[in-house]
Every structure is written in structure tokens, then in C-alpha cells.
Design a protein around this ligand. Structure first.
Ligand code: SAM
Ligand code: SF4
Length: 462
């Protein structure tokens, strides 16, 4: 794969076994001063097996997360619009050769109904997901129509504020269409950065070309989409290799476009209908190693959001909030049309099995109980604080104040309109606690927003 230097990565992993005494503490101190780490430094953290050092890494990640993002965690829901796919990714239930899954592309009416269901629960941010189809009727124009339908759907004053998309590589012209339709982040996971493994896992279809997949981000940038998300599917190859390769990818983007990815996702392989690879991951990642992956990423690229999905169990998700995760999905269904009372995760048409089945209200309750601020904010996207502009605010810590304020505003809207009585009570207690850390000017500003919400104003932000 272009600019993923496998020999260099192997060398970094080998070199990390003989880090001189004292170096570990120097690297950790650098990370805690919120500086980006070099690949050699990241490798040293990633490869340590010393329990005390691992504990220090987890502690430092929690410190850095607090310093940059504060206590807010952004919530979103995936919307699978189509599972029609011409690829044959061995780990995925939607692969073309899997006859155990019925195929479906939602109509625009069905998409609107799904969004109305999500809006009624309080969701405000969507990750639109689709299989890869060469047919025009399920390709870029279909995505554009779907994005428009999602933004147009409304329940009273409630609308979706931001649509991100996870889809196959597109041409620059097609990316321009998505940009025009108002997408937030374009997300694409390289799955594995190890070329031989990539070729084995993707035997046919357009996705079998690893360089075309890697180049998708560049085409998105060329089309003017400057919020991009990357990721690796953990379990396909050695996780140390994947993390270092992903960071090499980040370095390449930073060098070429002056800005790295907006987010990094850390999906772990989950069972999928008819997939042996998904059931028996060739490089299964233990919970302990997974915690380390998230913590080291938080330290290595402190300003990049980390996304966690409902592939992880409630207990694991609750732990990872502390270690640096900044966005999580809630009450996800991974099949097209999955959001209604009759279809659920027992359904064999899902892409993979989710492990966290809690409702949005329950996820919000759990975040509040741990002192985190659930946020439904999309202000940066709306105020064009994307790409480099976002990083310019994130680096000096300016964004944290705005994030906290917007988290509290959107949380109050959620509590007033959607929360169960217990969550409303605990949410208000949290808001009161968080208000105490604001200065007088911020308190007055927040008070004004809250009065407006009490008067019926919705969807406000700083
Ligand atoms: N079809 C597009 C693609 O592959 O890029 C986008 C959507 S795909 C449905 C989204 C992601 O789901 C993939 O990039 C892959 O990482 C993940 N995925 C597929 N099978 C999975 C499994 N069994 N467990 C966990 N994640 C899986
Ligand atoms: Fe298709 Fe994406 Fe699944 Fe691969 S991961 S089979 S491209 S839906």
C-alpha cells in the first residue's frame, strides 16, 4: 500500500522492545503536555508489557481526554440504508456471496420513517451506512437523495443536525455531490493496513484494491470534504501493526493536507451471519489490549476524536469513555429498516452482532452517572469549524469551552423533551454541578440559553 511502509512498522515494533530506561517517563510527560507523539514514541507505549507502565498509560489518557475534550461525549445513531453489496469481505454478513441475508435498499419514505423513529427518541446525529453497489440506483445519487431526506425529516421542532457517512470510495465528482448535500464527516476504514491480509480478506469486487481504498480520503479532500474519519477493523491482523500503520496514514494526511483525520474509529470484529473470520478473528484483540489501543491513540493524536460503536459491551464502553473516546453510537441497529419495534438484533439481516443493546435513555443515564456530559451538538459543522479551522481551535484548548457549553444546552433540550423522569432528575443534578465550574460570564450566557429553552426555543448553540 502506498506510504504504508511495512518494513518500517516491523522495525518500530522490534525497536520498542529495547527502549532505554527513563525514556518511557519522558514520552508520557510529553503526551501529558498535549503534544503529538512520534511513531517511535507511540510504539514504545504500545509495546510495553509492564503492568505499572500500562496503568500509567491509562491514567495519562484519561488526563489528556479531560484536558482537551472536557467531560462531554457526543452521541449518534447509525442508519443502514442499503445492504446490497458487490464486495466479498470475508468478515461481513453483507458480502455478495452470502445468501443467508435478504437484500434491501430503503426507499426515501422508509428512510424518513426510520429517521422519525430516531428523532422521537432524541437522536440528532446520524451516521449513514451502505454496502457498495455499482448500480446508479444504489450509488452516489441515492446517497445524496437519502441525505436530503434525513435533513428534511422533522418531529415538531426536532431535526437531524448532522449526517456523517460511511460508504465505499467514490470519485471526486461524487464526493462533491455529497459535500453539496451537506454531509459532515466522510468515514472509511482501511480495515487492515497489512497488504497480504488485506488481499486475503477482500478477494473480489472493487474493494479488493487496497490503494483505491486508501486514496478515497484524498479524493474526499480534493472534493472539499475536510472532515474525514479513518479506522482499522481490529482482529484481522496484529493490532500493534494496525495502530502504527494507521498513525502513519495520519502523518501522511497531515503532511499532504495540513490536517489529519477528524476522527479515528476502533471497530473490533464481531460475529456476522455466515462468516468464520468474524466468529474466529485471526488476531483476536483481548479487552486489556483494546483498552491500551484506545489509550495510546488518545495520547498519540490528542486532538483527533475517537469513535466507539455498540460493537462493544456496556461495561467496556463505560470504561473507554474515561480513556479517550469522544463519540459513541447508541441503540444501534445494523440492518436496513432495523429501527422499529418488530425488527431487532435477533434478526439475521444485520451486518454484525451488536453488544450494547441499551436504549439512548439508558446510555445517557450511564454517562451521567459517571459524570460525563452527553452531547447532541453539531455546532462546529454548522459554523464551518471543520478541518484545519477545527484543529486551530482544538489545539489551544479553545474548543473545550464551546463543547462544554453546547453539551449542556443540548443535554437540557434532551432532558426536557425525551428523557425518562429519573434521567431528567440526574441530568439536572449534573448540569448544576457542571455550572459550578463556569465563570460568571459563562454562567450568564448559559442561563440565557436555558431561559430560551424554557420558552420553547430549540436547536440553539454557541
Ligand atoms: N460498505 C462500506 C465499506 O465497507 O466501506 C461501508 C459500510 S461497512 C457496512 C462499515 C464497516 O463495518 C466496515 O468498514 C467494516 O470495518 C465494519 N464491519 C464489517 N463487518 C464487521 C464485523 N463482522 N464486525 C465488526 N465490524 C464489521
Ligand atoms: Fe460490503 Fe462493506 Fe460489508 Fe465489505 S464491509 S461486504 S464492502 S458492506
Amino acid at each position: 500500500m502506498r506510504y504504508i511502509d511495512e518494513a518500517k512498522i516491523e522495525g518500530l515494533i522490534e525497536g520498542a522492545q529495547k527502549v532505554p530506561d527513563g525514556t518511557f517517563d519522558v514520552i508520557l510527560a510529553k503526551a501529558k503536555s498535549l503534544q503529538r507523539l512520534a511513531l517511535e514514541e507511540t510504539a514504545a507505549l504500545l509495546c510495553t508489557q509492564d503492568e505499572k507502565q500500562v496503568f500509567q498509560i491509562l491514567e495519562a489518557a484519561s488526563f489528556v481526554k479531560d484536558a482537551i475534550y472536557g467531560r462531554r461525549v457526543v452521541l449518534f445513531a447509525p442508519l443502514y440504508i442499503s445492504n446490497i453489496c458487490q464486495n466479498n469481505c470475508l468478515y461481513c454478513a453483507f458480502r455478495a456471496r452470502n445468501t443467508q441475508v435478504s437484500r434491501k435498499a430503503l426507499s426515501q419514505d422508509e428512510i424518513r420513517e426510520q429517521i422519525e423513529w430516531l428523532l422521537k427518541r432524541g437522536h440528532k446525529r446520524i451516521l449513514m451506512v451502505a454496502g457498495e453497489s455499482a448500480s446508479g440506483s444504489h450509488g452516489a445519487d441515492y446517497y445524496v437523495e437519502s441525505i436530503k431526506t434525513i435533513y428534511a425529516a422533522a418531529i415538531g421542532p426536532h431535526r437531524i443536525k448532522r449526517v456523517n457517512i460511511n460508504c465505499a470510495p467514490l470519485s471526486v465528482d461524487d464526493f462533491k455531490k455529497l459535500k453539496k448535500a451537506g454531509i459532515g464527516t466522510f468515514q472509511i476504514f482501511q480495515e487492515t493496513y497489512h497488504e497480504a491480509t488485506y488481499r486475503t480478506m477482500h478477494p473480489s469486487g472493487p474493494k479488493s484494491d487496497p490503494d483505491n481504498r486508501l486514496a478515497a480520503i484524498e479524493r474526499a479532500f480534493a472534493a472539499g470534504i475536510d472532515d474525514v474519519g479513518i479506522g482499522a477493523l481490529f482482529g484481522l491482523y496484529d493490532w500493534r501493526f494496525e495502530v502504527l500503520a494507521m498513525l502513519m496514514h495520519v502523518e501522511h494526511l497531515e503532511k499532504t493536507f495540513n490536517v489529519g483525520p477528524h476522527t479515528i474509529s476502533v471497530p473490533r470484529l464481531e460475529p456476522a451471519t455466515g462468516s468464520d473470520v468474524a466468529l474466529h478473528p485471526p488476531h483476536k484483540v483481548s479487552d486489556a489490549d483494546f483498552r491500551k489501543i484506545v489509550a495510546v491513540l488518545r495520547l498519540s493524536v490528542p486532538y483527533t476524536g475517537i469513535i466507539l460503536s455498540t460493537r462493544e459491551s456496556p461495561a467496556m464502553r463505560d470504561e473507554l469513555f474515561n480513556l479517550g473516546v469522544s463519540q459513541v453510537s447508541a441503540e444501534s441497529r445494523t440492518s436496513p429498516g432495523g429501527y422499529d419495534s418488530s425488527e431487532g438484533e435477533g434478526d439475521s439481516d444485520t451486518q454484525f452482532t451488536v453488544s450494547d443493546h441499551r436504549s439512548l435513555d439508558e446510555v445517557v443515564a450511564s454517562l451521567i452517572a459517571k459524570g460525563f456530559m452527553p452531547s447532541f451538538c453539531a455546532a462546529c459543522y454548522r459554523k464551518s469549524r471543520t478541518g484545519e479551522a477545527f484543529m486551530d481551535l482544538a489545539k489551544p484548548g479553545t474548543i473545550k469551552g464551546k463543547c462544554s457549553m453546547n453539551a449542556l444546552i443540548t443535554l437540557k433540550e434532551y432532558l426536557d423533551d425525551f428523557a425518562s423522569p429519573e434521567v431528567r432528575r440526574s441530568g439536572y443534578q449534573l448540569i448544576r454541578r457542571m455550572e459550578q465550574s463556569l465563570d460568571n460570564k459563562e454562567k450568564a450566557c448559559l442561563g440565557k440559553f436555558f431561559t430560551d429553552i424554557d420558552r420553547g426555543v430549540r436547536d440553539d448553540y454557541v
